[in-house]
Design a protein around this ligand. Structure first.
Ligand code: NAD
Length: 509
């Protein structure tokens, strides 16, 4: 049964989208599996051109996408343009360029003494059909990132949009079919039951979503012995040092806390600030935050929450923090006709509050005042999550030394989170943030398997073949001595090697 979706900005009911029966998922995957050999057989240069073209088409047709994203996320059009559509073209181009290196045969030199006449190559072989299961917070971007490299590697793909944002998936799938032809990418729609049915059919899975679901998907994939890339939640920390540039730091952290209403896996949710600068920094952050408009007001820097369940989590976390002693400096209330919530700064936060311990995934940032940088690093790392982390300071060397101590997948000095849009850099986390890697050549471990290919050009048999005899034993000891560096001239072994060759070819004659 399709669930009801409403526009988060104004509460308007959206036209329902039909869900795929879980029993029909196998057929969608089978069609993509049938299309995969022909897609993989295309020269890489052709796939690179198609993916680059796909990126161009997405950008050319951005106005359509901005409408759909506006309906499903309640975002201002400029917000969708900047946070998903502009990125698509560059991501496609960058991923296509990277594929040449990531997929090239790797030639490995073998020892000519132990393995004479042999050529060794490591090939990258596509997995087959890759399933991509996405959350609702970036309904297009969450697909682009795995989709482009998966296709470049020669896989076909089945996408499953979130049940909260199925229309963005339909728009993307239509465009994919136009550019790539039928069945190179398939789509299934629905909730967890459909996602589960997909994991049951595909040859590899990329999952982005919550920790609870990620565990289930990882377990199911492990049971089927298929690879999975699992990218889960975050509760990112920023460390603000006493020597920071207060205005720039407040502007940067307001953006990375409230962008997309904090519905970023890598939004800054905790700020550890050194006491020396705390008053000045927090005052400036509050001033910047209070000036932000929640869409549909003004230029709508901040969208509403995407769905009522997420709004309820945000309200619960803010109430919990205040009940435990946090000071509400700005925000803390609903706004607009839909699921809008004012960007919120909570000062005086401490361990034990939900805003510190859990992922809020909303427009709320918790300030913790600390004595020094060492205390800040310790507190930042005391989280079950580890996606991004940042240090804000004028002393770049000190900032880098501290950033290297953060238990995260991506660490920054004087910035945060923006590398998710760069296809050459790995986007990855530690602890409950999951095992996944998006971006860079490291992502290809999910989309390809290594296959070793050996071509033996040698005319002679290998000296360790049958028969086993005293010469084989002599040879074994000689090779052992060679490994220990005690045989100075390999040439002394040549007569023994020649004798072994004759013995092997003469066996049984
Ligand atoms: P969710 O786990 O509820 O759903 C994600 C997707 O999984 C949806 O498409 C859903 O239908 C599907 N699903 C549900 N049960 C399933 C099952 N048993 N098997 C297969 N698929 C199933 O997550 P959400 O609420 O949509 O997304 C928000 C979460 O995503 C947040 O925790 C956020 O931090 C995380 N996230 C992480 C990253 C990252 O890169 N690490 C990026 C974006 C979002």
């Amino acid at each position: 049964m399709p669930q009801e979706n409403r526009c988060p900005a104004d509460g308007r009911a959206l036209v329902p989208v039909r869900w795929t029966e879980p029993s029909a998922v196998a057929e969608v995957v089978a069609r993509c599996r049938a299309a995969q050999p022909a897609w993989a057989a295309l020269p890489l240069a052709t796939r690179q051109k198609r993916i680059t073209l796909l990126g161009r088409r997405i950008v050319e047709r951005r106005l359509e996408a901005m409408d759909v994203l506006g309906d499903e996320l309640g975002r201002h059009p400029t917000d969708s343009l900047m946070s998903e559509l502009v990125i698509a073209g560059n991501y496609a181009k960058g991923a296509a360029a990277l594929a040449g290196d990531a997929l090239r045969d790797e030639h490995v030199r073998l020892s000519p003494i132990e393995f004479p006449g042999k050529r060794a190559v490591i090939q990258r072989v596509p997995r087959g059909v890759v399933g991509v299961i996405a959350p609702w917070n970036y309904p297009l971007l969450q697909f682009f990132k795995p989709l482009f490299p998966a296709l470049l590697a020669g896989n076909t793909v089945v996408i499953k949009p979130s049940e909260h944002t199925p229309r963005s998936g339909i728009w993307l799938h239509g465009l994919l079919q136009e550019v790539l032809g039928p069945d190179v990418v398939g789509i299934v729609q629905g909730d967890g039951a459909v996602g589960q049915a997909l994991v049951d059919q595909v040859d590899a899975v990329v999952f982005t979503g919550s920790v609870a679901t990620g565990r289930k998907v990882a377990t199911q994939a492990a049971g089927r012995l298929i690879p999975s890339s699992i990218e889960l939640g975050g509760n990112d920390a920023a460390i603000v040092l006493a020597d920071c540039d207060v205005d720039r730091t407040a502007a940067g952290l307001a953006f990375w806390s409230f962008h997309n209403a904090g519905q970023d896996c890598s939004s800054v949710e905790r700020i550890y600030v050194e006491r020396g600068v705390a008053d000045a920094f927090v005052d400036r952050l509050v001033q910047v935050t209070a000036a932000l408009a929640v869409h549909p007001d003004g230029d709508g820097e901040v969208p509403p929450l995407q769905n009522p369940a997420q709004l309820a989590i945000v309200e619960d976390h803010v109430a919990d923090a205040i009940a435990k002693g946090a000071i509400l400096r700005t925000g803390g209330q609903r706004c607009g006709e839909g699921y809008g919530y004012r960007p919120t700064v909570l000062d005086g936060c401490a361990p034990g509050m939900k805003v510190i311990e859990e992922e809020t995934f909303g427009p709320v940032v918790a300030i913790v005042r600390v004595d020094d940088a060492a205390a800040a690093v310790e507190a930042a790392n005391a989280s079950v999550y580890g996606l991004n982390g940042s240090v804000w300071t004028r002393d770049l060397a000190r900032g880098e030394a501290l950033a290297r101590q953060l238990e995260v997948g991506v660490a920054y000095v004087n910035n945060h989170s923006f590398t998710g849009a760069i296809p050459q850099l790995p986007w990855t986390g530690v602890k409950h943030t999951g095992t996944g890697v998006a971006g860079s050549r490291h992502a290809y471990a999910t989309f390809t398997r290594p296959r070793t290919l050996i071509v033996d050009k040698g005319r002679q048999p290998d000296v360790f073949w049958f028969p086993a005899n005293a010469d084989l034993a002599r040879l074994g000891h000689a090779v052992a001595e060679l490994g220990l560096g005690r045989v100075s001239r390999v040439a002394t072994l040549l007569p023994l090697l020649a004798r072994r060759g004759a013995q092997i070819l003469g066996l049984g004659r």
